[in-house]
Design a protein around this ligand. Structure first.
Ligand SMILES: [Zn+2]
Length: 304
C-alpha cells in the first residue's frame, strides 16, 4: 500500500535572508536535506526529481491583504480558492461562506472511500479532554473537515497509547498548562509515533501551529529553538519513512515566522517539500490550490 503524510506547518514562508529571518540565522540539517541542500529562504531553487520535489507556492490566492489561516487552510485542504469565496482573506477560523466546500470537498472526504486494509484517512493530532466539551469548542479548518467527514478526533487515550501526537509534539502543554498526567515525549519519539500512525492509513494529516504562534509572539520561545526542535522531528520522520511506499508532503498556509521584525503574517510564498513516491504529482504545483488535487491524484493512481 502507498501512503502520504501531509505535514502542515502553520505560518511559515520563504522570505529574504535578512537579520530578522530565523532561517537565515541558523542551519537546520533536516530542513536543508528536505530542500535539496539549501536553506529555507530566498532565493529558493525549485527541484523536480523522481522522488523529491521542492517548490514554493503563492499563498496570496490572488487577493490583496495579508493571507489568513481560515481561507488559506480551507484552500490547502480542499483545492478550492476559499479567499475567492469569501472575497477576502479571513481567519483564523473558517468563514461561514466556506463551510459547504469544507464539508463536501475536503481532502478526507475525497479519499474517504479509498480502499485500504485499515481506515483510509487519519488526522494524527491528539486533542485534550477540554476540547471534547462541545460547548467550548470552536472548530478550526482541520477539525471542521474531520467532523464533516467522520474522521475521528484522537483523544488522550490515543496519545498515551502512541496512536496520536500532541500539537506541541512533547506533551508539555498538556502536562504544564492543563495539568494532565500524560508522559513526556521527545520530539524524536513524537516523530516515531507519527511515522507509525502513517503506516496504517493511505492518507494522514498532522497539523503543527506553534510556528504561527511563535511568529505572532504568543509563545515564549525563540524561533530558532522552535525550528531546531522541528528540524529534529523532521529528521526522524525522514529516517523512518520509506520513500518507495511513503511520501511526506510539507507545506504551510501563509508566511509569518520567516520575518521576526514584526508579528503579522506575510505575503511571502510558502515552501512545498515533497519526499517520496508521490513527488512527481506535485511537480507543477504553484499555489495553495494545487496541494489537495496532487494528493488525491497520486493515491488514485495507485489503484490502477
Ligand atoms: Zn495560518
Amino acid at each position: 500500500m502507498k501512503r502520504i503524510l501531509f505535514l502542515f506547518l502553520d505560518g511559515l514562508g520563504i522570505g529574504p535572508p535578512t537579520e530578522s529571518n530565523p532561517f537565515a540565522r541558523t542551519e537546520y540539517p533536516a530542513f536543508r536535506r528536505l530542500a535539496f541542500n539549501q536553506s529555507w529562504h530566498a532565493p529558493f531553487t525549485e527541484h523536480v526529481a523522481s522522488r523529491h520535489v521542492v517548490r514554493s507556492l503563492d499563498a496570496t490566492l490572488g487577493i490583496d491583504g495579508l493571507p489568513q489561516s481560515g481561507t488559506g487552510q480551507g484552500t490547502l485542504f480542499t483545492g478550492i480558492n476559499c479567499a475567492n469565496l469569501v472575497g477576502r482573506h479571513f481567519g483564523p477560523f473558517p468563514h461561514s461562506k466556506t463551510h459547504a466546500v469544507l464539508d463536501e470537498q475536503n481532502v478526507f472526504q475525497q479519499l474517504r472511500t479509498f480502499p485500504c486494509p485499515k481506515t483510509p484517512v487519519a488526522f494524527a493530532n491528539a486533542f485534550p479532554p477540554p476540547f471534547f466539551d462541545a460547548s467550548r469548542r470552536r472548530s478550526t479548518v482541520t477539525t471542521h473537515c474531520c467532523l464533516a467527514s467522520n474522521v475521528p478526533l484522537r483523544n488522550r487515550s490515543a496519545l498515551v497509547g502512541r496512536r496520536a501526537v500532541s500539537a506541541d509534539l512533547t506533551n508539555a502543554y498538556w502536562r504544564t498548562q492543563l495539568d494532565l498526567d500524560v508522559p513526556e515525549r521527545t520530539v524524536t519519539d513524537a516523530a516515531s509515533v507519527l511515522a507509525s500512525v502513517t503506516k496504517d492509513h493511505a492518507f494522514t494529516l498532522f497539523e503543527y501551529f506553534l510556528t504561527d504562534k511563535v511568529g505572532h509572539g504568543r509563545v515564549d520561545l525563540s524561533p530558532t529553538t522552535l525550528l531546531s526542535e522541528l528540524d529534529r522531528f523532521v529528521e526522524t520522520l525522514l529516517d523512518q519513512l520509506d520513500p518507495s511506499t511513503d511520501t511526506v508532503a510539507l507545506t504551510s498556509d501563509h508566511g509569518n515566522l520567516e520575518d521576526t521584525a514584526h508579528t503579522r503574517h506575510t505575503r511571502n510564498p510558502v515552501p512545498l517539500l515533497v519526499y517520496g513516491w508521490a513527488a512527481p504529482f506535485f511537480a507543477n504545483a504553484t499555489d495553495l490550490m494545487d496541494v489537495t488535487p496532487a494528493i488525491v491524484d497520486a493515491l488514485r493512481s495507485t489503484r490502477i
